[in-house]
Design a binder for this molecule. Structure first.
Ligand SMILES: NC(=O)c1ccc[n+]([C@@H]2O[C@H](COP(=O)([O-])OP(=O)(O)OC[C@H]3O[C@@H](n4cnc5c(N)ncnc54)[C@H](OP(=O)(O)O)[C@@H]3O)[C@@H](O)[C@H]2O)c1
Length: 220
């Protein structure tokens, strides 16, 4: 049986999944040394602070032995293990191309929705990025085929997730709510088609650092 289509993101308490300015983010990944970049990186680190100490994160990025066990670690690992393929927006890919290690942390096929034509980019460790130029439905179809019985993750960023949600392509999503305000940036649900989406709470679990929320998505 085919798996679910889901997304799982970290969100600031005021609803943002990325700090202000994509241009600054690109500079941040290139290690530019300026105050805007420092602010962007500080906000990003606060948003994602729950995952860095986990055993799973350290293992997956080959950062060394050890790491924290517990709910945050379990959720990070479950999210990875259920994912048989991912769909990704081009801006997230552009940042990742600058930031990921040579062995990109997906270890599955990744379908990048984009207007840019490019040959597949195979990385060591099982990640191959495929560039899909004919829309999100086609990307999800290819990801489902590649994922087999496992689930398809809409990896991000905000624009691409919203596009899939509004198109009725998402079955379930998880938000890791971080105790930080951004004030500006990429707001995840800006432009959501509230008239056609109903949510059913599935799971709500606090850890010492964040709150993990999961919802099933139904047509309204
Ligand atoms: N908080 C989290 O957990 C989390 C997770 C993932 C990502 N992020 C953040 O999200 C940010 C990126 O998100 P974003 O909203 O700016 O951009 P995005 O969703 O990553 O990418 C949007 C771009 O993807 C391409 N695209 C999307 N749909 C398309 C379609 N149907 N056909 C063709 N091309 C399509 C377009 O690029 P082209 O026209 O150039 O091809 C579009 O400009 C990053 O800062 C990243 O760090 C956060």
């Amino acid at each position: 049986m085919a798996g679910k289509v889901f997304f799982s993101v970290s969100m600031s308490l005021d609803g943002f999944v990325a700090p202000e300015s994509h241009a600054v983010a690109v500079r941040a990944m290139r290690s530019a040394d300026d105050p805007d970049v420092e602010r962007w990186m500080a906000q990003w680190m606060e948003l994602q602070q729950w995952v860095f100490p986990t055993r799973f994160f350290r293992e997956n990025l080959k950062l060394g032995e050890g790491g924290e066990e517990g709910l945050d670690n379990d959720i990070a690992r479950e999210t990875f293990e259920r994912t048989g393929a991912s769909v990704m927006g081009k801006r997230m890919f552009d940042l990742g191309e600058l930031a990921w290690p040579e062995e990109a942390p997906f270890h599955t096929p990744v379908f990048v929705v984009t207007h840019t034509e490019r040959d597949p980019w195979e990385r060591p460790g099982g990640t191959t990025f495929h560039f899909v130029n004919d829309g999100i439905e086609h990307a999800v179809k290819r990801a489902r085929e590649a994922a087999g019985d496992r689930d398809v993750r809409i990896a991000g960023g905000g624009a691409t997730i919203l596009e899939h949600l509004n198109a009725g392509l998402v079955d379930e999503f998880s938000i890791t709510l971080s105790p930080v305000f951004f004030g500006a940036g990429t707001r995840l649900f800006e432009g959501v088609d509230a008239s056609r989406i109903a949510l059913e709470p599935v799971r709500s679990e606090p850890s010492p650092r964040v709150t993990h929320l999961t919802y099933a998505v139904h047509p309204r």
